[in-house]
Design a protein around this ligand. Structure first.
Ligand code: VGL
Ligand code: ZN
Length: 219
């Protein structure tokens, strides 16, 4: 499982607003930072995403008079969960977590930047037709395996993993380097959907320790 030159680490939305104290805090969200930093040290190639919304974005409950966060609304392209205002482009909350070793990222991809369309996925916007360009970038760079970590398991991580699979990549999600926004078993459902699509689930230890050494016969 040791990362090689055709592997890319995809670090999803490790941003101030998704950490404890943030506008849309993921419970225990800051716990992903230490394992992700260890992974960043081991990968030759790192891509980072940022949820990056304009003010008044369609995913904000405040943009829909009379609606509250965590309700859903029907949009022309499908149902949209409404969120507290978060990750407004250029604000402190939209910044990457300061402790994240993001300087190693070769690409930062921003998503959800159209005012009328959300994008949980790093690959395809919520209209399910507008690409972000990430699949083409990864293909052109010759990457074949995408290792996904970050926030939140059942939204941006899960959708990105499924879309990476659909785009033809081998996909691995690092279970101790993700956290979810659990709601009536939705994190477990996200893991089941990923497994059904052929997404592999590993621990960061499996990527950081050379398994071949363990299997070697004792001297
Ligand atoms: C996310 C909800 C709204 C995420 C982004 O990063 O998982 N969740 N916007
Ligand atoms: Zn968002």
């Amino acid at each position: 499982m040791i990362p090689g030159s055709s592997d890319v680490l995809l670090v999803v939305d490790v941003q101030v607003d998704f950490l404890p104290g943030g506008a849309l805090a993921v419970p225990d969200g800051d716990a992903v930072i230490a394992p992700i930093n260890r992974l960043i040290d081991r990968f030759a190639h790192v891509v980072v995403t940022q949820d990056w919304h304009p003010p008044g974005h369609v995913s904000f409950a405040a943009s829909h008079p009379g609606r509250a966060p965590f309700e859903s609304v029907a949009l022309p392209h499908g149902d949209q969960v409404l969120w507290p205002e978060h990750c407004v482009r250029g604000t402190a909350g939209a910044a990457l977590a300061p402790e994240l070793r993001a300087e190693r990222a070769e690409l930062v991809i921003r998503k959800g930047h159209q005012s009328g369309v959300d994008s949980y996925s790093a690959f395809l916007e919520a209209d399910r037709t507008t690409p972000t360009g990430l699949a083409g970038y990864l293909r052109e760079r010759g990457f074949t395996r995408v290792v996904v970590c970050g926030l939140a398991t059942n939204y941006c991580v899960g959708w990105s993993a499924l879309d990476a699979r659909a785009a033809g990549f081998d996909v691995v999600v690092v279970e101790d380097a993700v956290r979810g926004i659990d709601h009536k078993g939705s994190v477990a459902r996200a893991w089941a959907e990923m497994a059904a699509a052929g997404v592999k689930r590993v621990t960061s230890r499996m990527l950081l320790t050379d398994q071949s050494q363990k299997e070697a016969p004792p001297p």
